[in-house]
Ligand binder design. Structure first.
Ligand SMILES: C[S@@+](CC[C@H](N)C(=O)[O-])C[C@H]1O[C@@H](n2cnc3c(N)ncnc32)[C@H](O)[C@@H]1O
Length: 399
């Protein structure tokens, strides 16, 4: 199942990322101080969306194009500046003057975060800028090209030559040991990492792993086996050992299960639970190759309209500019975005167990209250979309 999802999303020939994924960019940054209120911002955003897609259609018409919007893009450059402030402050407190400021960003979309951070450091902290190196690790070759184009353009307008590098590679193929202290950004990337699926036997409580078979007509058949593969088994073990607080699974208390299974037509297995095996492997990469990293990760902690199950994904595509939601992840490969919420309470403990580092977990809004200049994103009536949007996102940082 994990492999099925990885292929659906990342296969270089038909994978969703290689073919249909586009990240919305609003063009000129929004002038929040001159927008009346939240609804006026939404309206303006809708208009920019239409303009953006009209322009794309002129060169490349795609009925199933998926458009993401991310805080980096909606609130550029202010969101990037907040992250830059966090980076520079922590760099100066602990690493300056003995080390350079080295920033890795995994999964950089249009490259906007890189440009916003480098612009900020160049303009506000010139002595730090001299010593700043920014490296992107990007799986998608089309996005890596776009990032390079955007970087070249910025060099044209006077910036960043020699400070940035774009490496077109999946983080899971990374094989270079980075001994220097560095910051590692992962913004809205965890949600697309492949998961495995587990259901528990109602009678014994034992986990079974989901597999999928595709027949010659392209029909999908899902089945469950009692032998878990190594990474699924390891995830369950590590989670159990690392947990500092109780976590929920579809397997309720034994008494409740007994009652459930006594009911007529009771299912013999629980609802599915989607487990983030790829995210655990990403922590291994950090531990093995970036021993002196400090992580700054932000992602969704819950998602509306997910398919049934625990930590279940949203599976959706867009057809002729309309969102179409699916009720199962077993969908035509490459045409659907499959994205998961991250249970940060669990994944913070797993990160600590694998890397041996300590962390802090906050809401997106709390992080922004601390590091953003909130007046930049305030509308005329005092609302603040930077705080109001992405309420379901968390920020996890290494301390
Ligand atoms: C939802 S986009 C977020 C882009 C950007 N961080 C932002 O917030 O605007 C996810 C990004 O992660 C990249 N990505 C996904 N899996 C990756 C992997 N295994 N290694 C490197 N990049 C990856 C995608 O190609 C894309 O650039």
């Amino acid at each position: 199942m994990g492999q099925f999802m990885n292929y659906s999303l990342y296969n270089p020939h038909y994978g969703y990322f290689s073919k249909h994924a586009t990240i919305f960019t609003p063009g000129e940054p929004f002038d929040f101080n001159n927008i009346e209120d939240g609804p006026a911002f939404n309206k303006l955003l809708d208009e920019r969306y239409v303009e953006f897609e009209d322009k794309l259609d002129e060169t490349n018409y795609d009925e199933t194009r998926q458009l993401w919007h991310t805080p980096t893009e909606l609130f550029r450059p202010y969101y990037g500046e907040a992250i830059a402030r966090y980076l520079v402050t922590n760099y100066k407190l602990t690493l300056f003057p003995y080390h350079d400021l080295i920033i890795y960003e995994m999964g950089a979309g249009n490259g906007t975060m890189m440009l916003n951070i480098l612009d900020y450091i160049r303009d506000v902290e010139p002595e730090v800028y001299q010593r700043t190196k920014y490296k992107i690790i990007e799986i998608s070759s089309s996005l890596a090209n776009l990032q390079q184009q955007n970087l070249n353009h910025s060099i044209h307008v006077g910036g960043h030559g020699g400070h940035a590098e774009i490496i077109n590679r999946s983080i899971f193929d990374w094989d270079t040991y980075v001994h220097s202290p560095c910051f590692f950004l992962a913004l809205e990337v965890f949600d697309n990492f492949g998961h495995d699926v587990i259901r528990y036997d109602m009678e014994t409580g034992q986990p079974r792993q989901g597999c999928v078979l595709i027949d010659s007509d392209g029909e999908f058949y899902e089945y469950y086996v009692p032998d878990l593969d190594r990474s699924a088994a390891r995830f369950l073990r590590v989670r159990q050992a690392a947990a500092r607080r109780p976590f929920t699974t579809p397997l309720g208390p034994p008494m409740w299960r007994k009652l459930q299974s006594a009911l007529p037509f009771a299912p013999n297995m629980t609802l599915p639970e989607y487990i983030p095996t790829r995210l655990m492997q990403f922590y291994d990469v950090l531990h093995d190759y970036f021993p002196a990293h400090r992580l700054i990760a932000s992602d969704f902690n819950s998602l509306p309209d997910a398919v049934p199950g625990f930590s279940a994904p949203v599976v959706q595509t867009r057809y002729q500019r309309r969102n179409v939601q699916a009720t199962t992840p077993y969908v035509h490969q490459g045409y659907f975005d499959i994205f998961f919420p991250t249970d940060f309470n669990v994944m913070e403990d797993v990160y600590r167990a694998i890397t041996g580092k300590l962390t802090r977990l906050t809401g997106h809004d709390d992080f922004m209250k601390r590091w953003a200049y909130l007046e930049d994103t305030q509308t005329r009536n005092g609302e603040n979309p930077l705080l109001g949007w992405y309420k379901n996102a968390s920020v996890m940082i290494t301390v």
